[in-house]
Design a protein around this ligand. Structure first.
Ligand SMILES: [Zn+2]
Length: 166
């Protein structure tokens, strides 16, 4: 559902962006896609999202060219991958203010293991690391689920972004 259009919104691209990614679940679907989830049933199992809502959100993301559907799989487009700094920044904000034991997930440059700073630069080699070369792994604030579904278990192991989970 689009936000009501107001005069102020017309001159702020935040309002336009939120029409795409501001709905409940949408950024979680995008996050899962970064973590390698591709299949409808895997999104449903991992997120615990009602299937009708998942259908509607995936359709909207395909319409907006954030995801592309190929056979039975959804993948981030170039436009979708461009949302990574948004996802990373919101995860970092949540870690800073709502995760007393530290970050839930750590991002590293897969090639040399260097941690990524808040701007996505490798602290080892200084490179601005492209999304497919980022490794994500559980951080000090991570709490594994008691009885993880296979998708959640795969997402909890150290892995490169965008690599398929199954
Ligand atoms: Zn590096």
């Amino acid at each position: 559902m689009a936000l009501p259009s107001t005069y102020a919104d017309r001159n702020c691209s935040l309002a336009r962006s939120l029409e795409i990614v501001g709905e409940r679940w949408t950024l979680l679907i995008v996050r899962d896609a970064f973590f390698g989830v591709r299949r409808f049933g895997d999104f449903a199992a991992q997120l615990g999202i009602p299937r009708a809502v998942l259908t509607s959100r995936l359709k909207a993301l395909v319409q907006e060219d954030v995801l592309v559907r190929e056979n039975a799989e959804y993948r981030l487009t170039e436009k979708g991958v461009a949302l990574w700094p948004v996802v990373r920044a919101l995860m970092g904000w949540g870690d800073a203010f709502y995760s007393p034991d530290g970050e839930k997930r750590t991002t590293r440059h897969d090639a040399d293991g260097g941690r990524l700073d808040a701007d996505g630069r490798c602290e080892e080699c200084g490179a601005a690391v492209p999304v497919p070369e980022i490794r994500i792994e559980p951080g000090p604030g991570y709490r594994p689920p008691a009885d993880p579904d296979p998708v959640s278990a795969a997402m909890s192991a150290p892995r490169r972004l965008l690599e398929p989970v199954v």
